[in-house]
Design a binder for this molecule. Sequence first.
Ligand code: AMP
Length: 575
Amino acid sequence: MTDELHPAGDPTVEGPTFEGHTFEGLGLRPELLQALSALGYEEPTPIQQQAIPPLAGGRDLLGQAATGTGKTAAFSLPVLQRMPAHRTDRTPVALVLVPTRELAVQVSEALHRYGKDLGARVLPVYGGAPIVRQLRSLESGVDVVVATPGRALDLLNRGALRLDEIATVVLDEADEMLDMGFAEDLEAILDATPEERQTVLFSATMPRRLDALARRHLSDPVRITIARERAAPGTAPRIRQTAYVVPRGAKPAALGRILDVEAPAAAIVFCRTREEVDSLTETLNGRGYRAEALHGGMSQEQRDRVMGRLRGGTAELLVATDVAARGLDVEQLTHVVNYDVPSAPESYVHRIGRVGRAGREGVAITLAEPREHRMLKTIERVAGAPITVEKVPTVADLRARRLDLTRAALRESLLTDDLDRFRVVVETLTDEFDLVEVALAAVKLAHEATGPVDDDEEIPQVSFRPERDGGRAGGGRDGGRRDERPGRPAGRPGGGPAARLFVGVGRDAGIRPGDLVGAITGETGLTGRDVGSIEIHQRFALVEVPEAAADEVVQALRATMIKGRKAQVRRDRGR
Ligand code: AMP
């Protein structure tokens, strides 16, 4: 194996388009740099490079970027940069609005991690959770509130959420919030914040309705779209590109399974952070692979030693961050694995360009989480070649594959080895046993000697979340739209059987469709697109949800409050 390794930051080394940019270079304060370094972030993603300077300078921003690009840090870091450290005032200075409970928790965790050294007090508030606790937390003082629109408005109307000190409002996944019927709520919330505030809007898509909202509430915004240009023709055709949809927790096991089936001669596994590199290397070694870590936190000497082991064949897998692997050229590399969907399409193209050289076929494998469909689609477009979504091999697939390998090894031995010295063993055994039985026992021993014992752990088969915007992201070829739930676009039957639910609150209680969608998406795993038609009557409402999720929705809505009320919820028997 030949290789060449340059130290990170060597200006002669070719890198992705964002070579040379660092978090320091973006002018972030020391407390944030410290937090990012502790998290193992080595360099800003493209959206972070483009968004952080103008946001830190107080500009409004309109950003088109999907999940997985690093957009959360792109807006969170400037919010924290602009905030006085260790504030004691009670009223918040920043408000982040997000469509779902899940995202509220995720974003507030990110803000908390980045803002730890600044003493940032971050509070997620969303429908479904006991409001009393949220009221108490608001009362005791917070710096950043991360909220779903319905709950934010509720708290605002109760006088518990004060917005008069708000310096920044972020609308995250704004298209999704509009899809969920939150338009009016967003308007009301924005109107309650100071006019001179900074407004930041991120969205995966820019429908016209969103443009109108942006025109009304953003002032002279910087516009950022994550580049989607095509790579040069001919960059990818000799690479077989495959993606597997895997829940986060099952990734180590899934990777092990995929590697067993693919049996790469030499592979590089890319991770986002140093911590991920270290923990994955440990896991893989624990599973019997010979894996080596390579990241920016290592000295040149340590890196050289790692490369020596790869070259000498004592290591078969290299687990690395982008920065550490920059300039690395391993000729025999057969597989590139993206343990996470890369944060920019360009970095995907750059990574997989390491295989498929000199006429050999290379393999690029990407592990994607169910929510990362859109990013993968973008990457597919930029890479200019299809990425086939495949099922993680099952225990049965793995066993079949291992038997195949054993059969091939035996066949080769029959064709090429001199086996005569074993004849006496076979002949003595056939006095006692049938010849086939003797062969079976020999195959068993040969098989067991080829690899680790079978792991019987079945990995959950999941697929991408249903599309949010029929057509746009999912227009092309697609092996991956086996929906987890029979979801379908709102109000349009077609994706699978739907169930109609009766909810015992209606116009009398001031219920609007957004309240029901908010309660359902906040309390269950469904998204706004899974909820079908909604009828609001005087004293009750009827709402359609996927049949497969109906019981879960009934249970969840019974357990929660809708617009501050307990409601009777059951399957509608009216038809
Ligand atoms: P997001 O697009 O905000 O959902 O972020 C996707 C993932 O990338 C999250 O798990 C972040 O923790 C991670 N991430 C964000 N920025 C960086 C960075 N500069 N380096 C490494 N990981 C990052």
